[in-house]
Design a protein around this ligand. Structure first.
Ligand SMILES: Cc1cc2nc3c(=O)[nH]c(=O)nc-3n(C[C@H](O)[C@H](O)[C@H](O)COP(=O)(O)O)c2cc1C
Length: 352
């Protein structure tokens, strides 16, 4: 019951609280305008392949909810929008349904409404292989996101911040299951040390979940009736995570998430080299304060906006967008230079 009530609190406070004002770092990234790219709108192709399926755009509705009866409607709305717009979707943590089969339908609705789309299961990174198999089987998922949320657990009264076995657990999980396992942060970001550790544990896809959007320390503080801004200073901005991770040059896919809000943020993330751009709170807000129809419109506008930036950078495809020059300025550049990432290499590169 406590878990179910917590789900409702998270929905409520995530809508009430603002995005982390410290920012995702994408404001520091600049794409280079190309006046005579010669690309017609009809030539722009936003599609990408992910987990063996084709998406209409490199966008994902990230893990949000499930587990309380009232969340069925939310996952239905999100899944309908994902199907109509051809984007990927993840359900929220399925632990509630592993503990109580009566709430399974709050998750299975996502597959019923979107039989052919990319759908991801979700559990804590401390889950067992058996739990992961059950979660994936429950919704016919294409893979599973396993999240770590140490800061949230530390600031939650009823939290369990015991993640000391997370890397050996993930290694065992990857070795035991035959579906993709995606490691996921929930808004505090992955450093390159984290990404390297996950790669060594066998993880090939990581959702960097950086700082700049939904802030679960603030949400937990708000649940206790506390308000302070201190937590906004914690975490690695999403843009920084992306460049730190890519600099490693590993054969991995990084999903950019955490505070992405606009088509330009998505364009910048894809230009940096992300595989997909994922968002949670904006989709939830449009759905709950609007309707599934408005959510479809909202996602279509993200796609249109992304296509415009592709024309203006001279990129016909997402692959070409990943090779356009970009300039890293401000605090993001300063952070990356201190971490000895070659920020100028991104400015020097030319689209092939
Ligand atoms: C209400 C709410 C519930 C969430 N529940 C989960 C969850 O169950 N599992 C998970 O991995 N992430 C969860 N997240 C985190 C999001 O997937 C995402 O990582 C985070 O919100 C940052 O993205 P954003 O800034 O676009 O919201 C939740 C987010 C919100 C807003």
């Amino acid at each position: 019951m406590k878990r179910q009530e917590r789900k409702i609190d998270h929905l409520k406070f995530s809508l009430e609280l603002e995005d982390n004002r410290a920012g995702s770092g994408f404001a520091d990234i600049k794409l280079v305008h190309q006046s005579v790219s010669g690309i017609k709108p009809s030539q722009v192709d936003l599609s990408v392949h992910f987990l063996g399926k084709k998406l209409q755009a490199p966008i994902m509705i990230n893990a949000i909810t499930g587990g309380h009866p009232s969340t069925l409607k939310i996952n239905r709305g999100l899944a309908i929008a994902a199907r109509k717009t051809g984007v990927a979707m993840a359900v929220g943590s399925q632990k509630a349904a592993l503990d109580d089969s009566r709430v399974r339908e709050t998750y299975t609705v996502a597959r019923e409404e979107n039989p052919d789309g990319v759908l991801l299961a979700n559990l804590s990174a401390t889950c067992t292989p058996e739990e992961a198999v059950q979660a994936v089987g429950m919704i016919g998922a294409d893979g599973i996101q396993v999240h770590f949320n140490v800061p949230q657990e530390l600031f939650m009264d009823e939290g369990d911040p015991d993640f000391n076995m997370v890397l050996p657990n993930l290694k065992n999980l990857v070795d035991s299951v035959d579906f993709p396992v995606i490691a996921k942060e929930v808004g505090f970001g992955m450093s390159r040390e984290t990404i390297l550790g996950l790669y060594r544990a066998g993880i090939k896809i990581m959702d960097i979940g950086g700082r700049g959007g939904t802030n679960f320390i603030s949400i937990e503080n708000a649940r206790r009736g506390e308000k302070n801004r201190e937590s906004e200073d914690w975490g690695i901005p999403t843009a920084v995570c992306l460049f730190e991770g890519l600099e490693l040059g590993l054969p991995i896919d990084l999903i950019a998430s955490g505070g992405l809000r606009t088509p330009l943020d998505i364009a910048k993330a894809m230009a940096a080299g992300a595989r997909l751009a994922a968002m949670a709170r904006p989709f939830l807000k449009v759905l709950l304060e609007g309707s599934p129809e408005l959510l479809v419109e909202y996602i279509e506008k993200l796609k249109q906006g992304l296509a415009r930036y592709m024309i203006m950078t001279g990129a016909r495809s997402i692959g070409e967008l990943g090779a356009v020059p970009l300039i890293i300025t401000g605090t993001t550049a300063e952070w990356l230079i201190r971490r000895e990432v070659d920020v100028n290499a991104y400015a020097r590169r030319q689209k092939k």
